[in-house]
Write a protein that binds this ligand. Structure first.
Ligand code: NI
Length: 247
């Protein structure tokens, strides 16, 4: 169930029987010469929507812009600074808490969001400790972090999955938009890795075409369908563990 396709009475009725919600969070940033700029938002919402169907949970609106300043030297990237993303997450969580949602599971598509989102959760609960507002039970999980996806990525790509513009995330976007599948003239075939960047200029100097450690020429829509299925099963376990906690 997607929140955006529901009415308010339907949400009220849902809240009479359960109080969990799934929120996709991604980014709008370069993904190398062949990957889509929306990759991290598209993949997160695709997994979140499938998870929502599987566990019968509402899926909130996709937070499609993330903490991605380091990609701003590539045309098309749209980024939030950490303080802005924290404010966004805090307001989203406050809205959901106001209506009675108690377990808020963020399905994440962008590694750069992790530290900021977790800090936002800490900030919410720190404020509650100081007597400023209600606490919230939030968790963020990367869609690729389960065992099934890890095993499949290793089998399909080995080390060439990489860590940005990964072969696996590119495959998932092509499963969603097969008409956009394309190979590129990638040089080197497997992108460099290992440089910890400072700002956007420094990132681009180290990673000339935007990729880190990946070879998305190995990607395919067919892989993407298998990865989506694996991710949905992995995330269903994480969801069960999370909402099983007593609120
Ligand atoms: Ni990505």
């Amino acid at each position: 169930m997607r929140l955006q396709l529901m009415t308010w009475p339907a949400v009220e009725s849902y809240l009479r029987s359960r109080r969990d919600i799934i929120v996709p969070i991604g980014s709008t940033e370069q993904h190398g010469p062949t990957g889509l700029i929306g990759t991290d938002a598209l993949t997160a919402e695709a997994v979140a929507w499938r998870l929502g169907e599987r566990v019968g949970a509402i899926v909130g609106p996709t937070l499609g812009i993330g903490m991605a300043h380091h990609h701003l030297a590539f045309t098309g990237t749209v980024a939030l600074r950490p303080s802005t993303l924290m404010a966004l997450i805090q307001d989203v969580v406050a809205s959901l808490r106001l209506h009675g949602f108690e377990h808020i599971l963020f399905i994440n598509g962008h590694g750069g969001n992790v530290a900021t989102a977790n800090t936002a959760f800490q900030e919410i609960n720190a404020r509650a400790s100081f007597g400023e507002g209600a606490p919230a039970r939030c968790q963020l999980v990367n869609w690729w972090d389960g065992q099934r996806v890890a095993t499949l990525c290793k089998e399909l790509y080995g080390v060439a999955d990489g860590s940005h513009a990964t072969a696996s995330e590119v495959s998932v976007t092509w499963a969603l938009h097969p008409e956009l599948e394309r190979k590129g003239d990638l040089s080197p075939e497997i992108a460099p890795k290992g440089h910890s960047w400072t700002d956007a200029k420094d990132y681009r100097a180290a990673y000339a075409d935007g990729r880190i450690g990946s070879n998305p020429n190995l990607s395919s829509a067919e892989h993407g369908l298998r990865l989506l299925e694996a991710a949905t099963a992995d995330m269903a376990e994480r969801h069960a563990a999370f909402v099983g906690l007593k609120g």
